[in-house]
Design a protein around this ligand. Structure first.
Ligand SMILES: *Cc1c(COP(=O)(O)O)cnc(C)c1O
Length: 301
């Protein structure tokens, strides 16, 4: 955002990790929250245009759980209104759309390599960008603006990846295909148990998308299922199994923003956030453990 010199308002969603909204605010910009769609929990593209004002400079959509946004619709809106697009692609390392890496779309995509992600360097990340000049500017910002022993061309900070994290990443990169296919087996096992269960929903695989199986979220309808999201969360925890209310709370409900935003303006996000649970998912999770988790979920209250 800093490298692009964004100003004014940025359209984004509240169904995300804290940093998406914080980054906007910390850059002196105003987040304008757009609701999400119930199909894949990404930005509802039909609601973007009504939020655009003359102050809007960019859209910051979030690819959620490995589901990708409606890239084509977003690109069209951005072009029509001359807006930049920066994707929060933290969940989508390794995801492909129509055969292209998910970082290949306008104008920039930000990946997280935090220890909890599909690919990790312990801490770290990467930005993919279209315009070489933008890449230069980002490079400047991450290394104090230092371009040579006697040249400092920008007012940058220290946002470099350290050597140890880079080495960790190189090791993990060798196993990424294996990591993703093992995750797929876990997800398939969850689906085997939970498909067709009244009151439990999960999203379908998206068309033209090669996924990374980063998360397995279920949406719980208490009326139909008999137990709420929070009931399941607590039952699992009582068995030492830690699912995650992710993303809950919405960023526009955070204490630090309580006097600024109203989550009532994003009702779909609010409902999903109150009813979603991401189940344990990692490459080495055994299928027997998945069976056990599903048995606890489906046990009578
Ligand atoms: C993990 C995550 C981030 C933050 O990534 P860091 O590498 O911890 O800075 C941002 N957005 C989303 C959606 C995430 O899941």
């Amino acid at each position: 955002m800093q490298a692009m010199g964004l100003t004014g308002e940025v359209i984004t969603t509240p169904f995300t990790f804290a940093s998406t909204t914080h980054a906007i605010v910390r850059n002196g910009l105003t987040p304008v929250f757009c609701d999400i769609n119930e199909k894949d929990y990404t930005i509802d593209v039909s609601k973007i245009e009504s939020l655009i004002t003359e102050k809007t400079s960019a859209i910051v959509p979030v690819h959620v759980y490995g589901n990708i946004c409606d890239i084509e619709a977003i690109e069209q809106i951005a072009q029509k209104h001359n807006l930049k697009v920066i994707y929060d692609a933290a969940h989508t390392f390794g995801v492909k759309y129509k055969g292209k890496g998910i970082g290949a779309f306008v104008d920039a995509s930000c990946f997280s390599f935090h220890a909890t992600k599909v690919f990790n360097t312990i801490e770290g990340g990467a930005v993919c960008f279209k315009d070489e000049k933008l890449g230069d500017e980002i490079y400047n910002l991450k290394n104090f603006g230092i371009r040579g022993p006697e040249t400092v061309s920008g007012i940058g900070a220290n946002a470099k990846m350290n050597e140890f994290c880079a080495a960790m990443g190189l090791c993990n990169l060798r196993h990424i295909d294996d990591e993703i296919s093992k995750r797929k087996a876990v997800v398939d096992r969850y689906k085997l148990h939970l498909a067709g269960v009244q009151g439990i929903k999960f999203s379908d695989e998206q068309k033209d998308v090669q996924g990374n199986y980063a998360y397995f979220p279920i949406l719980v309808d208490k009326e139909l299922f008999g137990k709420s999201r929070d009931d399941i969360f607590e039952e699992l925890a009582a068995n030492n199994i830690y699912a995650r209310k992710y993303f809950y709370p919405l960023t526009n409900n955070f204490e630090c923003y309580s006097d600024r935003f109203d989550s009532g303006n994003t009702p779909v996000a609010e409902r999903i956030s109150n009813n979603v649970l991401t189940l344990p998912l990692y490459a080495d999770l055994s299928l027997q453990d998945v069976d056990r988790i599903c048995a606890i979920i489906q046990s009578k209250k």
